[in-house]
Ligand binder design. Sequence first.
Ligand code: PLP
Length: 276
Amino acid sequence: MSKIWGYRCTNNQLEKLLLPEQGEVDDLVRKYGEGVYTTLRTYHRNRVLFLKEHIYRLEHSAELSGVFLTVSEASVRDLIRALIQEANGKDIRIRLIVPFSSPETVIGMATFLTPPSMEDYRLGVAVETRRMHRDNPQAKVTEFIQKASEIRKQIGKEIHEVIMVDENGRLLEGLSSNFFAVHQGKVWTAGQGVLPGITRELVLKCVQELNLPLNLEGFPYQRLYEIEEAFLTSTSRGVLPVRKIDQYTVPQTPGKITTTLSTRFQERLNQLLEEV
Ligand code: PLP
């Protein structure tokens, strides 16, 4: 079990949390009840991407549940700085949680970053699909972390991610990532029924800049065998190629469009990083 450390910030007051080695979120949910969360990572020790958007997403997720947050950006920055200080110069994954029971409190938990391997980026990862219904996919609520971790326990070790398929048979998104498919030069990713991931937004900007045709419907599962390239996007993965979807082997991994988008994404990311 990797090391986890955390802080709580209420009305600009920082307090170190005593966290158990495991059960990170479960433990907090037991203590504070349900809430909203977002996950970000550091780059080059003390830089982050789109902090404002992460805070906005926390607020928006809470509003969808009828809760209004009063957490300030300054307190989130203080909290992230405190987490970074304990990281010995290494990059970290940060989970920010705001409990509904205490909308002025933000809890930040950090672990050392374990991104996918170079081999995963080179050869792509295998994913599995699953039909699932979610009531409020736009909200990042802690209840979903628990549901996702239950599903992860049920899948094989070789499966990197589970892609949710809706009642109309559309490929939506992963448990912690957005899903993209490429068919005849057109980029497909679901525009509804998914979490508008922060990485997805930046990739969509790159799609626009590169003048690539885009379809914002989820790719139909029935036509899985027409997918030429596929990839996942998320904060911790960036752009990660997919080589297998259920029993189907994606023919181009990583394909030309995936590689072009991934390169453009990396360039934009480097321009947009900000010091905390
Ligand atoms: N979709 C879901 C359901 C997620 O939980 C996440 C992130 O955890 C994402 C997509 C990717 O979002 P982001 O790019 O903001 O990390």
